[in-house]
Design a binder for this molecule. Structure first.
Ligand code: PMV
Length: 309
């Protein structure tokens, strides 16, 4: 058989990370950067994969008991097919891993779409989102599903666990600046930290999640109305509540402050926190480049992206 290709988007959570694990809504967008995959026939009787990152490569065999999570995730994904032939998968990641941009979901979705193309299986983006939960569980333990849904569907949407995805009609495309703290963090661990806080103080943390949900709903209205100033303020407020959940770091605080001082309409941690990335909302591309320069002057790897076009 020939070579088949597939792709998956990265994602940025505009508002609502973590509370989304506990049933509240999140507002998220697909990124044009993500992962690209290629599937060919395996030269032997086993399925193996090569993952190509910025500065490293990982080669694994698909096995439930693999030492590497990517080997277990690949086995979990193959387990969603009935009797797949042995294949060789190559995945190239275009995003930093462990940075809150949905790298693992982008890889899983790209692998699924290449496998489907190779096997001639038709699947809608939403079906792919459900299928790749098996992959995400290896990395996240208790994923809300927002990462793999945005990786498969793209666009801008309101995601609530267990409910139909609500695409959001964005009045004006958003210009975002994403800055990497340079600190890596594990989503599983950060999700566990929040779950512990919820267990210890269910009422207070539940109220905090409800407050985030209110910000998310207002942010959706701001997006639909093209009110970037209001959206930025809501992002700042969401950042404050994420900090209250101990998900920010001194470095992320510095980057958010620098972005706001350079003219960002709002800035916050995005994704799991505890390191990884922050996202700043810019009024336009000119403003985004000023914010980008401010983040880069602090040594943060950063880029400008547009969502909702
Ligand atoms: O850090 P990331 O890209 O894995 O994003 C995780 C988002 C969380 O809300 C923290 C977890 C989840 O499953 O929704």
């Amino acid at each position: 058989m020939s070579t088949a290709h597939g792709a998956g988007c990265g994602k940025v959570i505009l508002l609502g990370e973590h509370s989304v694990v506990h049933g509240r809504p999140a507002l998220a967008a697909g990124l044009s950067r993500g992962a690209r995959a290629e599937v060919t026939a395996s030269p032997d009787a086993r399925s193996h994969a090569r993952f190509v990152f910025d500065t490293a490569e990982v080669v694994v065999q698909a096995a439930d008991d693999s030492d590497h999570p990517l080997g277990r995730a690949f086995a979990a994904l193959l387990g969603t097919y009935s009797a797949p032939p042995p294949v060789h998968l190559t995945v190239r990641l275009e995003l930093p891993a462990g940075a809150g941009l949905g790298a693992s979901a982008a890889m899983g979705v790209s692998a699924s779409s290449a496998l489907d193309a190779y096997l001639g299986i038709p699947r809608t983006p939403l079906e792919r989102a459900t299928q790749t939960l098996a992959w995400e569980r290896v990395f996240h333990g208790n994923p809300s599903g927002v990462d793999n849904t945005m990786a498969a569907v793209g666009g801008v949407a309101l995601f609530t666990r267990g409910e139909p995805l609500e695409p959001v009609r964005v009045r004006k495309p958003l210009v975002l600046v994403i800055g990497h703290s340079g600190e890596s963090s594990e989503t599983k661990q950060m999700v566990g930290l929040v779950a512990q806080q919820l267990e210890r103080e269910p009422e207070r943390i539940g109220q905090l999640f409800d407050a985030i949900a209110a910000l998310v709903r207002n942010a959706r209205l701001a997006l639909e109305a093209g009110d970037l100033r209001a959206l930025g303020q809501l992002m700042d407020m969401n950042h404050g509540l994420l900090s209250a959940l101990m998900l920010s770091t001194a470095r992320l605080e510095d980057l958010c402050h620098a972005a706001r001082d350079a003219g960002a309409l709002g800035a916050k941690v995005t994704g799991a926190g505890g390191g990884g990335c922050m996202v700043a909302l810019a009024a336009d591309h000119g403003a985004a480049h000023t914010i980008l320069a401010a983040l880069q002057s602090l040594g943060a790897e950063s880029f400008v992206t547009e969502v909702g076009a």
